[in-house]
Design a protein around this ligand. Sequence first.
Ligand code: NDP
Length: 300
Amino acid sequence: MSPRVGFIGLGAIGTPMARHIARAFDAVVWNRTAATAQRFAREHGATAAGSPAEVVVACDAVITCLPTSREVGEVLAAAGEAWRPGGLLIDATSGDPAGSRGHAAWLAERGAGFVDAPVSGGTAGAERGTLTVMLGGDEPWISRARPIVSAYAAKVEHVGPVGAGHALKAVNNALLALNVVAAGEGLAALVKLGVSAERAVDVLNASSGRSNVTEHLIPDRVLTGAWPRTFSLALLDKDVGVALAVLADTGVESGVYAAVKRALEAARAVLDPGADHVEAIKAIEARTGARIRSAMRQTG
Ligand code: NDP
């Protein structure tokens, strides 16, 4: 029988992920702002629950997609004794490994399971159902989680015990942040030398320094002047903080990750709180005086 799946956290990426869940399973949703869950239920044939406890009682497995592991802990506690033996929490939040181990232990005391299952691929990947999912946890919970997260994924990989998925996701996002900052600063210098940003990006993308940032984010968002808000700079900064903790916990010294964290913090200080992660390049433009964005559409 197909499992009944709960989804908690209908934000920028949670909503398109939950759409795939509602297509594949009998879905029950909850969101802190209740109107969002009610609208989602109406539009996608899901049930809107009145509380996290109602979701846990109604479902075989519950997916959370919240800002940090702290909010996941709040939702876990809010559901409290609704957790029963055999229940499963699949945490799609980009959380922190230590928090995840705590959540797993809390659930294990109640006979329930925890799998960390952060995603990569952005809101566009979530819309298409082509996300990469990094699973951390133990059997039999992993085997139960895999067909559920496959509803929105093109690649599902079990990478280690509880917390390993969150650790891998944090390192991934630190690399994303590094690429945003390094490409932004490098392009600022090139523009000041008189090289057009469009031409520089075109050449980088036929050279060994290319990345997802130079191939997609800068051409689609910076050079077009579109600046969409799909993944906040605040959340990326949180992820680099998690990566720094992962390195510290494992005794790996790095000046690079700390420098990237400082660069994101400096960008946040001059941008508005809702800024997208790519807008860190706006902050680099502001402090260097270089205009990387296209001269065609000077927005923001
Ligand atoms: P958003 O800020 O768009 O959404 C956050 C969600 O969490 C909303 O549903 C919000 O509810 C809910 N929420 C916030 N605080 C609480 C709380 N205290 N209690 C209960 N619910 C709460 O974030 P995203 O959807 O962008 O990100 C979610 C997670 O996914 C993050 O960990 C992020 O790092 C990760 N991620 C995001 C990607 C992206 O492209 N956006 C890509 C990959 C991972 P409400 O509607 O009431 O505000």
